[in-house]
Design a protein around this ligand. Structure first.
Ligand code: NDP
Length: 288
């Protein structure tokens, strides 16, 4: 049975969400590192860190997540999303450490018409998606112990995300346009954090096994914005627009629903409906 767990990307949405609920998991001795403690773009820094620090499990929440910026910043995105994961996986393999790595729905091209299962073929359409797929493959090629959890549309009370952007814009403007032809599922980082910590003991016996996790249900970004405004009584009107009317440097999948049957079955998880989780996140934001 393991105890010592390291969380990278400690200052990101997921890292902070894990820290927030860590009090419920006294069985783990959790440590947190951000870029200040370990810059993951340096393989030497990674190696030397693990020479002097011992962990049973690493939960890798660090990533280059600026999807549009990555299109013109490929080298850095690759260094963080791909090369650093390979370095972590090599160390995990050498030290027989469990690695739980987080990936994305953007490894898919969005041409499916039913929720993606873990074995569906991947075809990322953006630099971000390509580099994240590189990270997945690094874990798989080395057959490292642990799992790869693909998630989608992450938001939380921490950092920058769609919910916070909508609340800010909704307070500033009378009317907003939001894309309605990208369909997915929002994921509250608090729910993902709980799923990961609950699954850890079972992850020990997996080998770079891929799992899909998001909240339950489906919506477009337009529906998501409408729900945020409805729940917060924001009077700003929202009009639906097509992706072609809101050009961005990175191409995003039109459809990226994740089928979560495998993670629910393997780890006996119950996943909340996306709107219920949104209510909890808005309450957490209100309490700040
Ligand atoms: P965040 O962007 O909120 O956090 C990522 C963290 O990684 C940041 O704290 C960042 O540090 C850190 N980081 C970046 N570069 C380095 C580096 N060189 N060395 C060390 N740390 C670094 O990400 P999320 O919490 O939103 O995402 C968690 C995981 O989920 C990621 O793997 C992401 O790819 C995946 N994911 C996210 C989605 C989303 O919508 N956000 C959707 C699908 C998957 P700093 O704070 O200093 O920038």
């Amino acid at each position: 049975m393991f105890r010592k767990v390291l969380v990278t990307g400690a200052n990101g949405q997921l890292g902070q969400s894990i820290r927030k609920i860590s009090g419920n998991y006294k069985q783990y001795d959790l440590s947190y590192i951000g870029i200040a403690e370990l810059d993951l773009t340096s393989q030497r820094a990674i190696e030397s860190f693990f020479e002097t620090n011992h962990f049973d499990v690493v939960i890798n929440c660090a990533a280059y997540t600026a999807v549009d910026k990555a299109e013109s910043d490929r080298e850095l995105a690759d260094a963080i999303n791909n090369q650093s994961v390979r370095a972590l996986a090599e160390i995990a393999k050498k030290k027989d450490m469990v690695l739980v790595h987080i990936s994305t729905d953007y490894v898919f091209d969005g041409r499916n018409c039913k929720p993606y299962v873990e074995t569906d073929s991947v075809s990322p359409q953006s630099v971000y998606g390509v580099t994240k797929l590189g990270g997945e493959r690094a874990c798989q090629n080395l057959g490292v112990r642990g799992g790869i959890v693909r998630t989608s549309w992450l938001y939380s009370e921490f950092g920058q995300n769609f919910v916070k952007t909508m609340l800010r814009l909704g307070a500033e403007r009378d009317k907003l346009t939001v894309i309605f032809d990208q369909i997915g599922t929002p994921t509250y980082a608090g729910d993902l954090a709980k799923a990961i910590l609950d699954s850890l003991p079972m992850m020990e016996s997996k080998y770079a096994e891929i799992y899909h996790f998001s909240n339950e249900g489906a919506c477009s970004w337009y529906d998501f914005a409408r729900a945020i405004f409805d729940l917060r009584d924001v009077s700003c009107r929202v009009a639906p627009i097509e992706t072609k009317d809101y050009p961005t440097p990175a191409q995003r999948p039109h459809y990226s629903l994740l089928n979560k049957a495998k993670i629910k079955q393997d780890f006996d998880l119950e996943i909340p409906y996306w709107r219920d989780s949104l209510i909890r996140c808005l309450a957490a934001l209100e309490g700040e």
